[in-house]
Design a protein around this ligand. Structure first.
Ligand SMILES: [Zn+2]
Length: 515
């Protein structure tokens, strides 16, 4: 096994900046976090301890209605929210979250009468047990509580002799409107508030004297003495972002001249297909346990846990929308799973499974894409059977739509194979899986998905070593990182098109695994 990676906030930030194609500002250190919720903003004080940002458990208790108890006998501190309890131990970087272990970058420490935890405690330990969404953005020192829309806005300048172009990259995509009033331009961005990174205005052209974010969701540009007029394009979708360009023109500039070619390299990818919504399908659920491991692990629990982790990492790093076909332990048929992805216009569908074999030594991961052969035949046979039913009973229209639905995946096989190839590489390199194979099989789980779709058998629960891995927090985290990196690479592949060499093609026809 290779060294596995744990996700650190700094990694996430760097990846985010690379993915967004913006040049980064150094993250602001110190000062309180700002807690944003429907009730407004409030500060959450932080303490810096050996280079780590810490928060007081007492402050978290007040903010999130936690019961904090010291268990002197067990040498532990517990934080209880409703029926769920987090157990922390001084000098240990692990938190037990309702029986699951979560790692923190540094341990719980006592300072005077207070207990301090690293701020990552909020996203890693508290968020999974809290019943309202918590999103920590360490770089912008925000803690978002609930379903507030807080797009990130990155501003960039490009100047010409008589022109200053100001580019707003808004992630996730949101509309923006530019208006002019009394010596300033206002850029209003759809959202409850905005998380803006705004470098100082370039001074030398005297077209923009100041620029800043103003509450709740506006960037205000104060105009300088040389400003004459402006032009703005409607926002363009580029990847997960909307990009708005506002050009300020100096007095005497020829405003009818064609706009200067946009400087952002990401513009090259405009209007190409890309990814904004991903559906993750945790295999099995409810009374369908899937495979049961040698040590008792259930496939349905492993798939749900991994799906939740992938969702958290992709949403946190890439700002994409990630939906799960089921949030809790309930049962869904394969058509319902694909339908959820289709109804939400997902751009990628990933079904998660773990395998089982009567031979305990069998191991390794497999990535499946759809092989049309047998599904096509099944669909034809089904259609034939329905026609016979029609002749007997008359009426009904479901047979033809059923065939089309079943074969929705046929139009996306190139994309599915490309994603499978990328994912294969990332599972080997990032998650350190020694053995990954690519196969095509006539899988009903994938047939109805109207977007690139893969099914991952992450390993064999019937193999004791793989069962231990698949149920470990660390390995699940590295799987989530690998899938996230594969999504980034796939998005680049889609946006760059033919310049990217095709990933390896999966091996030909294989037998379907246990569904
Ligand atoms: Zn399964």
């Amino acid at each position: 096994m290779r060294t596995r990676r744990i996700i650190y906030a700094a990694d996430a930030l760097i990846l985010l900046l690379l993915a967004a194609g913006i040049s980064g500002q150094a993250p602001t250190q110190g000062g309180p976090l700002t807690v944003l919720s429907r009730d407004g903003r409030r500060p959450l004080p932080t303490v810096e301890l050996q280079g780590r940002q810490m928060v007081g458990l007492d402050d978290l208790a007040t903010l999130f209605q936690l019961q904090i108890r010291e268990d002197a006998a067990a040498g532990a501190v517990t934080a209880t929210y409703k029926t769920q309890t987090l157990v922390l131990t001084p000098d240990q970087s692990l938190v037990s979250a309702s029986g699951r272990l979560v790692s923190l970058p540094s341990p719980l420490v006592r300072q005077g009468r207070r207990w301090l935890v690293p701020i990552e405690f909020i996203s890693r330990a508290l968020a999974p047990i809290y019943d309202v969404r918590l999103e920590l953005r360490p770089a912008s020192r925000l803690l978002i509580v609930g379903d507030l829309r807080v797009p990130r806005v990155a501003v960039q300048y490009d100047d010409g002799p008589a022109l200053l172009r100001v580019t707003f990259e808004i992630t996730p995509r949101a509309n923006a409107v530019v208006t002019q009033e009394q010596g300033r331009l206002l850029v209003r961005i759809d959202g409850d508030t905005i998380d803006a990174v705004i470098p100082p205005a370039p001074a030398q052209q005297q077209m923009l004297s100041a620029i800043r974010a103003v509450e709740p969701n506006t960037v205000q540009m104060d105009l300088g003495p040389r400003f004459s007029t402006f032009r703005a394009s409607p926002p363009v979708s580029i990847g997960a972002a909307s990009v708005l360009t506002v050009e300020l023109l100096a007095a005497g500039a020829d405003s009818s001249a064609a706009p200067v070619a946009p400087a952002l390299p990401v513009f090259a990818g405009a209007h190409r297909p890309t990814i904004s919504t991903i559906v993750l399908d945790p295999g099995h659920g409810g009374d369908d346990n899937g495979v049961k491991g040698a040590g008792g692990a259930l496939e349905k629990s492993v798939t749900l846990s991994v799906a939740r982790r992938i969702k958290a990492v992709i949403e946190g790093r890439l700002g994409m929308r990630v939906l799960l076909t089921h949030q809790d332990d309930n049962r869904l048929d394969s058509a319902g799973r694909a339908a959820l992805a289709n109804n939400n216009k997902a751009d990628l569908f990933i079904s998660l499974h773990a395998n089982g074999s009567p031979r305990p030594a069998t191991r390794g991961a497999t990535i499946f894409t759809l092989s049309l052969d047998r599904v096509g035949e099944d669909a034809r046979r089904q259609s034939q059977a329905d026609r016979e039913v029609l002749q007997l009973f008359g009426g009904g229209t479901r047979d033809f739509s059923l065939v089309e639905w079943e074969l929705a995946q046929a139009a996306h096989l190139d994309g599915s194979h490309a994603f499978a190839g990328i994912l294969d590489q990332k599972l080997r390199t990032t998650a350190g899986l020694p053995s990954v194979s690519l196969q095509r099989a006539p899988m009903r789980n994938l047939a109805g998905a109207n977007m690139p779709a893969v099914l991952i058998e992450m390993g064999y629960l019937s193999n004791a070593e793989e069962e231990r891995l698949l149920t470990s927090t660390e390995f699940q985290g590295s799987l989530a990182t690998a899938v996230t990196e594969a999504v980034v690479a796939f998005r680049e592949y889609l946006e760059q098109g033919p310049r990217t060499p095709m990933p390896p093609t999966p091996a030909a026809q294989a037998q379907p695994p246990t569904p």
